[in-house]
Design a protein around this ligand. Structure first.
Ligand SMILES: NC(=O)c1ccc[n+]([C@@H]2O[C@H](COP(=O)([O-])OP(=O)(O)OC[C@H]3O[C@@H](n4cnc5c(N)ncnc54)[C@H](OP(=O)(O)O)[C@@H]3O)[C@@H](O)[C@H]2O)c1
Length: 287
């Protein structure tokens, strides 16, 4: 039995992850911290607090995740997503703890025509992606025993996400406009949490891409949500990212290859459509 520290434990992924870790067979002690317990922007207190509980594994899922807001808040974003990660890594080093960092498909520019490998060079298009890549670099430079998990398009039972946003909008509108020129894999935080648990158990190191299987556009994801919830009488219009005009540019193609995950762990996440169905039927969904 060991001690696992989860930082960002009250976020969308953090909550599911803590639940999965606490109900897992390993019987680890899981310490769940969020902003009220420590602020990873503060170097000294972050290092001291981590050292005070001497964890064996530190999982950092804390981040500033509002991708569009990031564009006009570069300094703040880097302080949390990159420097915050550095502070966590320094604290973990004092305890000889393994570091697990959650990163994103937005480290890539989307110009590749086939799924991104862990070894492909990042070239982020937006501030959020650049801050997360810097976080990755700190982890790699500072901690030998580290695991970087890149994932994408998360939705789950806790917090706002694409699914909750669509279901909120259909209460007020009969016509929705959704972008149809970005491709990726919607990923259920419960599935991702289980995968993180397995990766920890196997004690793997390096970078791993983890996402639900199969690809779609946001428009197709939206269509699937309406179909699976039986909502009729709502029309979805496919639009381009340019038409939507969001502040942060996004990669048009950010499929993450999960072949390394399969090869090294035997694990393959289920198709996103199956996971979505499960989520929409689950009793703890937030709508
Ligand atoms: N959401 C996605 O689609 C997606 C895709 C790829 C990768 N990821 C990565 O996956 C991880 C989890 O994402 P998520 O969507 O679950 O994020 P989230 O819901 O925004 O949760 C992040 C948590 O971190 C906390 N936090 C923020 N600043 C902090 C600080 N300075 N010190 C300590 N805690 C702080 C937040 O608290 P407050 O809410 O009080 O600010 C929140 O509870 C992140 O690393 C993210 O970059 C997410």
């Amino acid at each position: 039995m060991g001690r696992i520290l989860v930082i960002g434990a009250k976020g969308m992924l953090g909550r599911d992850l803590v639940e999965v870790l606490r109900t897992s067979s390993r019987n680890d002690e899981v310490v769940a911290w969020d902003l009220g317990d420590l602020d990873i922007r503060e170097e000294q207190s972050t290092i001291a607090k981590i050292e005070s509980i001497y964890p064996e594994i530190v999982i950092n899922v804390a981040a500033f995740t509002h991708v569009d807001e990031c564009e006009s808040n570069e300094e703040k974003v880097f302080t949390i997503n990159a420097e915050g990660m550095r502070h966590v890594a320094l604290g973990a080093l004092r305890c000889h703890a393994k570091v697990v960092y959650l990163s994103t498909d937005y480290v890539f520019d989307g110009r590749k025509k086939e799924p991104y490998l862990e070894s492909d060079p990042p070239n982020p298009l937006n501030v959020y992606g650049r801050s997360k890549w810097k976080g990755e670099q700190y982890v790699q430079e500072l901690v030998e025993n580290s695991l970087i998990i890149r994932t994408q398009w998360l939705y789950g039972s806790y917090g706002n996400n694409f699914v909750t946003s669509i279901l909120r909008q259909v209460r007020e509108k009969r016509v929705l406009s959704i972008v149809n020129d970005q491709i990726g894999s919607p990923t259920y935080t419960k599935d991702l949490s289980k995968a993180i648990f397995v990766l920890i158990q196997l004690d793997v190191k390096g970078i791993f891409h983890v996402a639900n299987r199969d690809l779609c556009t946001w428009y197709q994801f939206g269509q699937a949500i309406l179909k699976l919830t039986g909502i009729v009488g709502v029309k979805i219009i496919p639009i381009s990212s340019k038409e939507l005009g969001r502040p942060a540019p996004r990669p048009s193609y950010s499929a993450l290859s999960t072949q390394k995950l399969k090869r090294e762990t035997g694990m393959m996440l289920r198709p996103w459509s199956e996971a979505l169905k499960d989520y929409l039927q689950s009793k703890d969904r937030p709508f």
